[in-house]
Design a protein around this ligand. Structure first.
Ligand code: 5GP
Length: 194
């Protein structure tokens, strides 16, 4: 997606060969115009799939997920990283090792919001080792629902998550694919050909 690549080039900061900082438009300050276009792009890319719900993980997945939900006219659920006092119903859980925090978190979704027969599109900001996306897919499958696809804003193609997701048979759509973060520079990979 051209607009996202341009934003990364202009405002992304390469912290090291493995981590890109995008606090200026995704992870701290957010760009609503970009998020709106991201919602349209995901809706267009997944238009042939049946989608009844969108699932993401707090907090940075919420903005692109809500914009996609608006386009597709379906509810958006976010998995919680910390147990909430008000989340007293039965929960689906998955253990996810956080790439940025380097610790394991148990992520949870109430059984009230994903049901057998749902077709769920998973959305997240980054794809690195695939832990978050695969953990979310695990929750969908615990609910006996179907994963319609996985939509990622920024895929770091040189890390193993993308190949793992494809090997598991999920449809993966990444709006920007990064081949490397060498020498302080973002090198993009072309759009994946299916
Ligand atoms: P994974 O679970 O695929 O290993 O990592 C994805 C999660 O880690 C995303 O939800 C995102 O929050 C975070 N993440 C992974 N790589 C990066 C990165 O280069 N920059 C930022 N800002 N977050 C990242």
């Amino acid at each position: 997606m051209k607009l996202l690549r341009e934003k990364i080039e202009l405002e992304g900061i390469v912290l090291n060969e493995n981590v890109l900082k995008v606090d200026a438009f995704i992870n701290h300050q957010m760009d609503p115009v970009l998020m709106k276009e991201i919602g349209k792009e995901f809706a267009a890319r997944f238009k042939t799939e049946k989608i009844t719900k969108i699932l993401t993980i707090e907090s940075s997945g919420i903005a692109p997920a809500i914009m996609t939900g608006l386009e597709l006219n379906v509810p958006v659920i976010f998995a919680r990283k910390r147990k909430s006092l008000t989340l007293t119903t039965d929960l689906y859980t998955s253990t996810v090792y956080s790439f940025t925090k380097q610790e394991s978190n148990e992520i949870t979704v109430s059984k009230d919001y994903i049901c057998e027969g749902d077709h769920v599109l998973i959305i997240d900001d980054f794809l690195a080792n695939g832990q978050a996306a695969i953990g979310l897919a695990g929750i969908v499958e615990q609910a006996k629902a179907k994963v319609s696809g996985i939509g990622i804003l920024i895929e770091k193609s040189f890390q193993p998550g993308a190949n793992e997701i494809i090997a598991k048979g999920y449809r993966l759509e990444s709006l920007a694919r990064i081949e490397s973060l060498k020498d302080g520079k973002v090198n993009f990979a072309p759009k994946r050909q299916i």
